[in-house]
Design a protein around this ligand. Structure first.
Ligand SMILES: *Cc1c(COP(=O)(O)O)cnc(C)c1O
Length: 489
């Protein structure tokens, strides 16, 4: 499979690249992204073939069919990481929560959020490409919560890759911070910044554009790469679980093969939803993909009105922080698929320069044929958490946004898969508040309260964080980031 560019070619970048090249340098001409040149249509034959396959067998065959330039032994090693999920025979359980509504749980990996689904295998793949080329890579990540822990976990002790992870000190949950600052490996550096996530992110962008910084890296024979969610090396692993979840419903005799269903996705940067879109393009019988947001509802407005409008917008902090986003980067890949390179470039430049673009009525209808959308505020979300809990299901605030979108958007009487992207342990104060009304100042009190209310135990990898030694204790002003990174290198 070859990759082409969403905004066309500038004559400097190659006009087509391989999968490995798209992973190592994810930014294409004119600031665009890489997309598959074509996707095979697999249809019902592929689904039937894999009705009784394990997750890994399905994944292996899909990746082989997509013909990426990664050796089979590396793919095997990458996929073997799913063996370390809670249930090695099924890393992604699908459970019934209401009539017609099933939850696919994407959080059973080492850091208890869905970022592991893609970042776990991605770490193996990136490190192996770097080794094969005899190159050293530095990955810089700014995180507001879930990406940092998942990136550190996957690259820990992997050859030829070093990771520096910036987080806003005081701006993440206790569990998320502890997951980062207790990670001990010589190739990892975690840096807290005095400031908020935007400060961490803009400091990182400045560094990525700095000529002197890049020259210094070059003199040390180190190249920069990125593990953010526009990297196709992550997207490719997010196609698999949509197919798996559909097949689970067939296996559970909830649907018959080829019956249409809805997918309902809590969305931020649109990587999860994009994986569902690609699966649909390859023949998964999906009626529509429902896009759930929180109060940062730019995707709801885009899909319902055709306008991507940030002219009066600021990120508002919510109880589902992993979706607190205004620029949802992977939407660009949908624009490309529907409207082509010329229009995509025009629209994306509008967004970059004027913080606004408007689709035509015809374009909006094309988008609405694929997606429906709605958003959920914090109070509504807590209501859904309480309601699900009372009927026997404990879920996190990101998952809860999907229930509102389901009530609004699943208009036909079809089965629906809601994606659950985080375990209750990662956002415990909000959940404790939803269940009992209490307001806990910190995670450990909320975890204990939920555990005793629900009569469950706190998973050992979360409980253990609170007694692990803190090895990453650097907290600095953002002016000193470059010095700190060079000290580490
Ligand atoms: C990253 C994340 C999301 C958003 O996923 P996208 O692929 O960026 O749309 C939703 N929920 C949780 C818990 C996450 O960590």
């Amino acid at each position: 499979m070859k990759f082409i560019e969403t905004r066309g070619n500038d004559g400097v970048h190659p006009s087509e690249v391989t999968f490995s090249e798209a992973i190592l340098s994810p930014i294409a001409s004119f600031g665009g992204l890489y997309v598959p040149k074509e996707l095979p249509y697999l249809g019902v034959a592929f689904l039937t073939k894999h009705l009784n396959s394990s997750y890994k067998e399905l994944a292996k065959d899909l990746l082989t069919t997509l013909a990426i330039d990664i050796e089979p032994s590396v793919i095997d090693e990458a996929l073997s990481l799913y063996d370390k999920f809670d249930d090695s025979s099924n890393p992604v359980p699908v459970v019934k929560v209401r009539d017609d509504l099933y939850v696919s749980e994407l959080y059973h990996g080492p850091t208890r959020a869905f970022k592991d689904m893609a970042l776990q295998p991605f770490g193996v793949v990136l490190s192996s490409i770097a080794q094969k080329r005899g190159e050293e890579y530095l990955i810089l990540a700014a995180t507001s919560g879930d990406t940092g822990p998942a990136a550190l976990e996957t690259f820990k002790n992997r050859p030829n890759v070093r990771v520096v992870c910036l987080y806003p000190d005081g701006g993440t949950s206790d569990v998320q911070r502890l997951q980062m600052v207790t990670e001990d490996a010589p190739n990892l550096k975690v840096i807290g910044i005095h400031g908020d996530f935007d400060d961490a992110q803009s400091a990182l962008k400045k560094l990525l554009g700095s000529v002197t910084f890049k020259a210094t890296l070059k003199s040390k024979n180190i190249s920069l790469s990125a593990a953010n969610s526009v990297n196709f090396g992550r997207i490719i692993f997010q196609i698999i679980y949509h197919i798996h979840s559909y097949l689970e419903l067939v296996r559970q005799s909830v649907i018959v093969m080829d019956e249409k269903i809805y997918l309902d996705v809590p969305s931020g940067n649109f990587g999860n939803a994009l994986g569902g879109y690609y699966a649909t393009k390859m023949g998964l019988p999906i009626e529509k993909i429902i896009i759930a947001s929180n109060e940062n509802n730019v995707l709801t407005r885009l899909i319902n009105s055709g306008h991507y409008d940030l002219r009066n917008d600021k990120v508002v902090p919510t109880t589902s922080p992993a979706m607190d986003i205004l620029i949802s980067s992977n939407v660009e890949r949908i624009l490309f698929d529907l409207f082509g390179t010329v229009r995509t470039k025009e629209l994306m430049q509008g967004l970059e320069n004027e913080r606004f673009y408007a689709l035509s009525d015809d374009e909006t209808m094309k988008l609405q044929a694929l997606f429906s959308a709605d958003y959920c505020n914090g109070a509504e979300g807590k209501g859904y958490i309480k309601e699900a809990y009372d009927s026997g299901y404990l879920m996190d605030p990101h998952t809860a946004t999907c229930f509102k979108a389901y009530d609004c958007c699943a208009t036909k009487p079809l089965k629906t898969i809601v994606y659950s992207t985080a375990e209750w342990t990662k956002f415990s104060p909000t959940i404790a508040n939803a269940l009992t009304g209490e307001s806990d100042a910190n995670d450990i009190d909320a975890l204990k309260s939920i555990a005793s209310t629900a009569n469950i135990s706190i998973p050992s990898m979360i409980q253990g964080l609170f007694s692990k030694p803190i090895v990453q204790d650097t907290v600095i002003d953002k002016e000193n980031i470059e010095t700190e990174i060079l000290k580490f290198l």
